[in-house]
Design a protein around this ligand. Structure first.
Ligand SMILES: NC(=O)c1ccc[n+]([C@@H]2O[C@H](COP(=O)([O-])OP(=O)(O)OC[C@H]3O[C@@H](n4cnc5c(N)ncnc54)[C@H](O)[C@@H]3O)[C@@H](O)[C@H]2O)c1
Length: 262
């Protein structure tokens, strides 16, 4: 039987309080992994921990703002103290606000880069240092198809996500001789709280109903023309961090129903 078994593996996930990282945490826990989740959304983290614990594996949560290097370091320190070894790190926290090349302020752009790029950098650095000591490990960083399709509605988000692709590839090349893999997940369009916020903003801008905008987005932007679910991302993410993907590193995988092909 072909299975992905994570029994005894320890996984650190940022953004684990909601959406795609939460779904990935739940699939990994269901496959036997222990989870340590970091997020600013503590209610979401509590909910994640409840579900994970019921699956018979360990769940640890720690309020973590990924823009603060010391908080990310503290999250990794807790993982080391509680778990000892760290097999998998997933940097999933992110924001995706609409923006505009004429009006978006420097502060707004910096905020996007702080969370989406520096949050991933802090997590990648800590993962590298922990895994180098062990001589193994794998990291999955969340970027987006926005990196590849140059969307009009959120260009600054797209910049931050292309930067994540490049950063992750630097780590992948550097860490390959150490037995550490780094890959990139590029989700398509999934109606998580992040997209819900985007729909609210588009509704405020255009006056059109959120459902109208959503239906048009799914049917026009996604070649497969059907809505994508968080589980579609989790299934691919779990494969990439599994031993079955042991020879895959530095790759950016788009799971998006045919939008970005690169
Ligand atoms: N949903 C999509 O369509 C989509 C598409 C492409 C890429 N992505 C990427 O996938 C990842 C997950 O997105 P999602 O759709 O699940 O969104 P989400 O809003 O459901 O989850 C994001 C999580 O990140 C957390 N977060 C935000 N800022 C943080 C900070 N400073 N410190 C710690 N945690 C913070 C939030 O609290 C939230 O729990 C993000 O990196 C996003 O850019 C999502």
């Amino acid at each position: 039987m072909y299975t992905l078994d994570f029994t005894g593996k320890n996984v650190l996930i940022t953004g684990a309080g909601s959406g795609l990282a939460l779904e990935t945490a739940l699939v990994l826990a269901d496959s036997g992994a222990n989870i340590i989740g970091g997020d600013i959304n503590t209610a979401g983290l509590d909910d994640m921990a409840d579900k994970v614990t019921k699956m018979g594996v360990k769940a640890i949560t720690q309020k973590t703002d990924v823009t603060k290097r010391t908080e990310v370091e503290a999250l990794f320190a807790t993982a080391k103290k509680e778990f000892g070894k760290l097999d998998i790190v997933i940097n999933g926290a992110g924001i995706g606000p609409l923006s505009n090349l004429e009006t978006t302020t420097e502060e707004e752009f910096r905020r996007i880069m702080d969370i989406n790029l520096f949050g991933v950098e802090f997590g990648s650095r800590q993962a590298l240092l922990a895994m180098k000591e062990q001589g193994y490990g794998t990291v999955l960083n969340f970027a987006s198809i926005a990196a590849w399709v140059y969307p009009a509605i959120n260009p600054h988000y797209a910049v931050s996500k292309m930067a994540v692709v490049s950063l992750t590839r630097q780590y992948a090349k550097y860490a390959a001789p150490m037995g550490i893999r780094f890959n990139i997940m590029c989700p398509g369009i999934i109606r998580t709280p992040m997209w819900e916020a985007g729909l609210e903003s588009l509704h405020a801008l255009t006056g059109r109903s959120k459902e109208d905008i959503w239906d048009e987005t799914v049917t026009r932007a996604i070649p497969m023309g059907i809505p994508q679910e968080p589980i579609d991302i989790a299934n691919a993410a779990v494969f990439l961090v599994s031993d079955k993907a042991r020879y895959i590193t530095g790759q950016s995988i788009s799971v998006d129903g045919g939008q970005a092909m690169h």
